[in-house]
Design a protein around this ligand. Sequence first.
Ligand SMILES: N[C@@H](CCC(=O)N[C@@H](CS)C(=O)NCC(=O)O)C(=O)O
Length: 407
Amino acid sequence: MSIQTTVSTWEELLETARKNTPVRRVKRPGQSPSTAPIPSSLHKLPPDTPPPVLLYRDSNSWCPFCERVWFALEEKEIPFATEFIDLSNKPKWYTDLVPTTLVPGAKIEGELVYESKDILLALEAKFPSPALLPENPEENAVARQLLEEAETNDFRSLAFKFLREAPTDSDELAKLQAEFEAKLDELEQALAKYPGPFFVSTFSLVDITYSPHLDRLAANLPVYRGYHIKGNPRFPRINAWFDALNQRPAYHRVKSDNITNNLLLRRRWGAEPIGNPLPLDAADSENIQFRAEAAERLSDNREVAIGDILKNSGVQALAVDGDITTVKENVDFYLRQLADYLVNGNGDILPGGRTGGKDSTVDPIFAAVGAITLAYVRNRICAPRDMSAGAATAFRGAIDKVLAAIY
Ligand SMILES: N[C@@H](CCC(=O)N[C@@H](CS)C(=O)NCC(=O)O)C(=O)O
């Protein structure tokens, strides 16, 4: 079947997208992940100077402990290089190097440090400005104490018990919820001790330490337990803290989006959702820069994306006589239509399956390729591994629109 191409070429799409976003990533041909973010301060290094920090982190960018270190590196504007470790098959050199064999690990000016808290403190010692611990000695001691407590209190274990344990009855679930809420009450009280939205009077390593886990809980509890932290009147300070984090550019670079968190819990931990996913943030979906970033990612990395779709989505079953050429062309068409909608479109989306104008019939196989392609990539992309959380939201929002126009 010939396709009437009503959408722009990849080259046009890439050019338009790049006009609307400064965000770029490096390509890693043949490797996983296939692209990586560029640390925002790398450009500050003189040419041919190795960055002072090497971060060892998980290849899928799911690890909350790695996120802490990345967050601090971005806040402190430290240029760094990243070595990705495949946690399902850790290389021997890494397990030989790091006694715990866990990520994150780091080489800071050549010196190995591991355990996220120790890496954060070592970064603070070597790169004191901008400070992520208070200068006032008394408050500095409080922050260090809070950091210790974040590692030793049972906040994380109670939270994840409530989230992940399959309770035998509703009394058991209510008990887990009450224990978790008591822990949130403690955080609420801790946030009340100093003026301003943070744990101490300035943004600090304590906020960085709590943010990845609280983010994951705020995204997953509504879906897996019907429980909301965000918007819950019992926790006004935690909500103000989330709002304050949202003002920080570094946070937006390192965080995941809600859907990535939801999917991860199901796939990695086998949890069963009991409710609907949280609605996509409309402001992010409509944000021109996020839309352009998503389109830029898709256009620039299209070959890898198409290869992955053909291999893993099941779409090849639609090939006639085993010839995937047409399927491939059609996958390409739908991805271009998606990128086109991201950069150019807020108007009508031309139904992708129609080839002869508005009133012609939809070719069912062509439409099915589109449905599979779009449904697959909607759940395949993962923030911040593939793009920022805001871009991932815009990407998923655009897919919903294009999908809805297929049939
Ligand atoms: N206490 C450690 C925890 C690190 C950790 O649990 N990392 C996980 C990834 S989220 C890991 O390396 N898992 C691999 C494994 O268990 O082999 C820290 O704060 O750095």
